[in-house]
Every structure is written in C-alpha cells, then in structure tokens.
Ligand binder design. Structure first.
Ligand SMILES: Cc1cc2nc3c(=O)[nH]c(=O)nc-3n(C[C@H](O)[C@H](O)[C@H](O)COP(=O)(O)OP(=O)(O)OC[C@H]3O[C@@H](n4cnc5c(N)ncnc54)[C@H](O)[C@@H]3O)c2cc1C
Length: 321
C-alpha cells in the first residue's frame, strides 16, 4: 500500500474497488500508460468466498487471501497505486462552473475518500460490486438507482443497466465494471469484465486523440519476434497498412495523422519480444509468484523426497564448487 502523502492528488484513472473487477481494470489502464490509482475498502463479495476452485489456471483451487495478494502484486507490478481507503464521493465540479473552466478542467472528476483524500481524475472506473452510492453526485438518482422491494422494505440499488455492456455510461469519463449484473457473479468473469471495460476506456481515449475507425482499438498483446520478420519488420510496411485502415471520412490533417501513425507503429514494435526476453521473463514470473505466495509456503508444499533431493543437490553443488 502506498503511504498517505506520497500518493498523487491528480491522476488519469481512479478505480473504485480493488476486487477482481477493479484490479483487472487497473492492470489494463496502467499497462497502457495511464496513471492509475485503485481505492479499496468496504463491502467485498470476494472475501465471502470460502475458497476459489473455478478460476482458470489453478487446478486445485487457490485461497482467497493468496489470490488477493497476487491481484494486488499485479497492480503494483504495472505501476498503479493501490490505496486501502474507501471512496465516499465522486463529483465533477466543472459541471457547475458555468463555462469558466477549460474543457479539460471541466471534465475532471474529484474523488473523495473516507480518510480525507482528494484526487482529481480524468476517468473513473466503478468496480465496487455492492456499492454505487458514492456516484450519486454525477447524475439524477432516478437515472442511476432503482428501487427494490426486500421483504416489504424498499431499498435503492445502483442500476446495473445504467452502464452499457462495455461499461460506458451517460456521464463522459465514467465507466462501470461493477456492479454489472451477472457479469460480477463469478471471479473469472468479473476479471474479464474489468479488463474489457478498461479496454473500452482506452479506445475512447484514443478516439478523442484522433485515432480514426478501428485504429482506436487497443490490444494488449505481446508478439514473438518472428511476427516482425520479413515485410512486417519494415516500418514502411506498417505505414502503408495504417494508411489503408484510415476511413475515407476521417477528418485529420496530414501532420496529426503522421503523428498518430508513428505512435501506433512505436506501440506495435514495443510489443515485440525476442526468444531471449521470453526466456528471462518466465523465471522472473515464477520468482514473483513465489515471492507473493511466500518461500516458506512453497517449500512446505514440496513433497519431502523432492525437498530432500533438492537440498542434497545443493550440498553436492556446493562441494563441487
Ligand atoms: C458467499 C460467496 C461465495 C462466492 N464464491 C465464489 C466462488 O467460489 N467462485 C467464483 O468464481 N465466485 C464466487 N463468488 C463471487 C465472487 O466473489 C465475485 O464474482 C467477485 O468477487 C466479483 O468481483 P468484484 O471485483 O466485482 O467485486 P468485489 O469482490 O465485491 O470487490 C469489490 C471491491 O471494492 C471494494 N469497495 C467497495 N466499496 C468501495 C468504495 N466505496 N470505495 C473503494 N472500494 C470499495 C471492496 O472492499 C472490494 O474489495 C462468491 C460470492 C459470494 C458472496
């Protein structure tokens, strides 16, 4: 967790909720290069899960605390700030500024927390499954909330259909990864939805910056070096392809189009990984897993014979050296 005082008071993206939906969203926005802060405190569905047996890739399941630690490590690894604090309100004061604020300022959200933090952000991703109250300042209650009869008592709930399937809402810059109805009902799907909503946010941002048509879409892919061999190793071939993808009705001057094209190609080439890079990434990945899980627990999990063989091997290795 980041110490209070060293956190930014201004960021690109605030994610409200550090469960599976929010952490997945933060991994995508931060990897794209957007400064991202995740606030996380309050009612959590995930903490009510006894043990996670159906998340792909963990054949015998994984403990909720261990999985949570891994999610938070991942958020840290991509450079996002994780802050254990609860968001109490999100507002856009620029809406009331009567046209005095510049467009960019007027669009900024002000996020306030239980521990008196105040952070300005261009985008907010709501990812708190049980909570939408903090969003009340952004639109009419009638639009965001629905009434629900529970054993004769009327309750208000954030209306999951306020956002569309991609998490976009009528409030520009506000995205909802949770609550999003049934998509939050399983951890694997909630994580997928968080990532999807973040990709839509990134696409919208790219569109605002001028990327036309499908060129605004962003794919967080890494590609083997071999994919860049032959003609696709040549930037001119990419330039030619980019130009062919620009829709006829794109309204961009040549200079801006060239800037966008070069930044598109830079990003594409950044996804290139050599065999050597992949070979060094894998042991580092395993090491980060072991660190997050804890060396003691990993050693405890080794069958006795395997541990004895390993220690013998190390001793022999020591003698030989
Ligand atoms: C009893 C039970 C058992 C379950 N078992 C399974 C299972 O075995 N397998 C499975 O796939 N799914 C299971 N689920 C579902 C699973 O928990 C959800 O799919 C998943 O947790 C949804 O993730 P989320 O990030 O959308 O929401 P959450 O897990 O609820 O995460 C939201 C996060 O936001 C934080 N938060 C809330 N309000 C605020 C705020 N105002 N400001 C900042 N942070 C806030 C919370 O502290 C929390 O960490 C179970 C659910 C329950 C209730």
């Amino acid at each position: 967790m980041t110490d209070q005082g060293t956190e930014p008071d201004s960021t690109d993206v605030v994610v409200v909720g550090g469960g599976p939906s929010g952490c997945a969203a933060a991994v995508f926005t931060a990897r794209y290069g957007l400064d991202t802060v995740v606030f996380d405190r309050g009612n959590a569905a995930f903490r009510r899960c006894a043990y996670l047996e159906n998340y792909l890739g963990f054949p015998a399941g994984i403990g909720v605390d261990t999985f949570t630690a891994l999610m938070h490590e991942h958020v840290a690894e991509v450079g996002a700030d994780y802050v254990a604090d609860m968001v109490v309100s999100v507002e856009r004061p620029g809406d009331d500024a009567g046209g005095n604020a510049s467009d960019a300022d007027a669009r900024r959200f002000v996020v306030r927390t239980q521990d008196d933090r105040r952070v300005e952000a261009d985008y907010v991703v709501a990812a708190a499954w049980y909570d939408g109250d903090y969003l009340r300042g952004l639109d009419d209650d009638d639009a965001m909330f629905e009434e629900h009869d529970h054993h004769g008592e009327v309750h208000e709930h954030f209306d999951a259909s306020y956002a569309d399937d991609d998490g976009r809402t009528p409030v520009e810059g506000l995205y909802v990864a949770a609550p999003s109805g049934e998509r939050n009902a399983q951890v694997g799907i909630a994580a997928g939805q968080g990532g999807h909503v973040a990709r839509c946010l990134i696409e919208d941002r790219r569109r605002e910056r001028g990327f036309p048509g499908d060129l605004a879409r962003h794919y967080d892919w890494l590609r083997a070096d071999t994919e860049f061999q032959g003609e696709w190793g040549d930037r001119d071939r990419w330039r030619e392809w980019f130009e062919s993808e620009v829709p006829d009705d794109a309204d961009l001057d040549d200079e801006r189009l060239a800037e966008l094209r070069e930044s598109y190609i830079d990003r594409a080439f950044d996804t290139r990984r050599t065999d050597h890079e992949v070979e060094t990434a894998e042991p580092r990945g395993i090491r980060r897993l072991v660190e997050a899980i804890g060396t003691e627990r990993v050693l405890d999990a080794l069958p006795d014979e395997a541990l004895a063989d390993y220690l013998d091997g190390r001793e022999l290795g020591g003698v030989e050296q």
